[in-house]
Design a protein around this ligand. Structure first.
Ligand code: NDP
Length: 341
């Protein structure tokens, strides 16, 4: 299949590109600069131009940003839209977060509808942030699923950078479903809604400072930044980046993924466990915390809640996801310890 992948320079997109190419799909990926394209090209030099090519899209927040990129010969049949800001350096919530997330999503859908009639499926990287209602805390009485929507408001988006990010994912995904309903395009969509994504970094990193946001906590832990106090973990749920990549590809390869959300999940973790794993496996980092370090553990009743929660997904994974269940790798049920992070 001929596939357009947006944001090819990103952490998740790099793994998605890898799966696409290994499965024999031919890919055009968008990046912001030629330099970024060259770095990816270098990493895949054994693939010729027919298999991997690039389109430069400097800013997805611009109207019509994808108007050129959606053209291809042979034409695209699938589009995977991963590009969206995930960072907390937010000065202007609208400009830095909401616009690129929302206009980026509606923009690509408009461009496809207008100019790429062969596209059958658009897969959008959403997030668990678009599902969970953080005000409910761990909500032991509730099992989060694809039925749920984060009720975050425009006003709450302005409160802090984390809210801004969560709002950007919620509003962008909602805008995609609204587009589908109002515009009735000839393509179907699917969204992938992962919680915290960890795993090997295969995209080009200019420096450690440019580490993607979800892997940053592992970096900070290894740098000893949590020596005094380990910060709270947040949602405690994670998935391996390789499984997220597989999910993106399965979501267009499998026809029955049409117009569904997929809450992809491996299990739970705590920041304290990340540190324990680092110390156990890398003795040179044994001093990143000491006996007086506090924090970063599960809330008291969390393990019980989470075991229920994860068990639900494990038991019902296949029926929840139809054929997509087949992509769920046994290894994802293993603990974080067994991952090469
Ligand atoms: P990265 O920061 O590594 O990737 C983000 C990508 O989006 C980069 O390619 C970036 O380009 C591109 N991008 C951001 N803003 C713009 C813009 N204005 N114009 C053009 N390109 C832009 O993060 P991830 O790989 O983690 O994130 C990918 C997707 O996954 C995002 O949609 C994110 O919300 C979602 N997600 C991530 C999770 C995680 O834990 N990592 C969890 C749930 C969802 P450049 O590098 O050039 O800036």
């Amino acid at each position: 299949t001929r596939v357009l992948l947006t944001g090819g320079s990103g952490f998740i997109a790099a793994h998605t590109l890898d799966v696409l190419l290994k499965r024999g799909h031919s890919v055009v990926t968008t990046v912001r600069t030629q330099e970024k394209a060259d770095k990816i090209k270098e990493a895949y030099k054994s693939y010729d131009k027919g298999k991997l090519d690039f389109a430069i899209v400097p800013d997805i927040a611009q109207e019509g940003a994808f108007d050129q990129a959606v053209f291809s010969d042979p034409p695209f049949e699938a589009v995977l839209h991963t590009a969206s800001p995930f960072h907390f350096n937010v000065k202007d919530v609208k400009k830095d977060m909401l616009d690129p997330a929302i206009i980026g999503t509606t923009g690509i859908l408009k461009s496809i509808k207008k100019s790429a009639p062969h596209v059958k499926r658009v897969v959008i990287t959403s997030s668990f942030a678009a599902i969970v209602d953080p005000s409910k805390g761990f909500a032991p009485e509730h099992t989060w699923s694809e039925e749920d929507w984060n009720p975050i408001t425009q006003k709450e988006a302005e409160e802090n950078p984390v809210s801004a990010y969560r709002a950007s994912k919620t509003f962008a995904e909602k805008a995609a479903w609204d587009f589908l309903e109002k515009e009735k395009p000839s393509f179907t969509i699917a969204t992938i809604n992962p919680p915290m994504v960890f795993g090997p970094i295969i995209h080009n990193l200019e420096s450690l400072e440019s580490m993607n946001t979800s892997n940053q906590r592992i970096l900070f832990a290894a740098q000893g930044k949590f020596k005094e106090e380990i910060p709270p973990t947040g949602v405690h749920l994670w998935i391996d980046v390789r499984d997220v990549a597989e999910a993106h590809v399965a979501a267009f390869e499998k026809s029955d993924a049409a117009n569904k959300r997929f809450f992809t999940l491996a299990g739970y973790f705590s920041n304290k466990e990340i540190i324990e794993i680092i110390k156990k496996n890398f003795p040179e980092y044994k001093d990143v915390t000491n006996e007086s370090t506090t924090g970063g553990d599960y809330p008291e009743d969390f393990k019980e809640i989470a075991t229920q929660f994860v068990k639900f997904y494990y038991d019902t994974f296949d029926q929840n996801r139809g054929n997509l269940g087949a992509l769920y790798r046994e290894h994802s049920m293993l603990t974080f310890e067994n991952q090469e992070c």
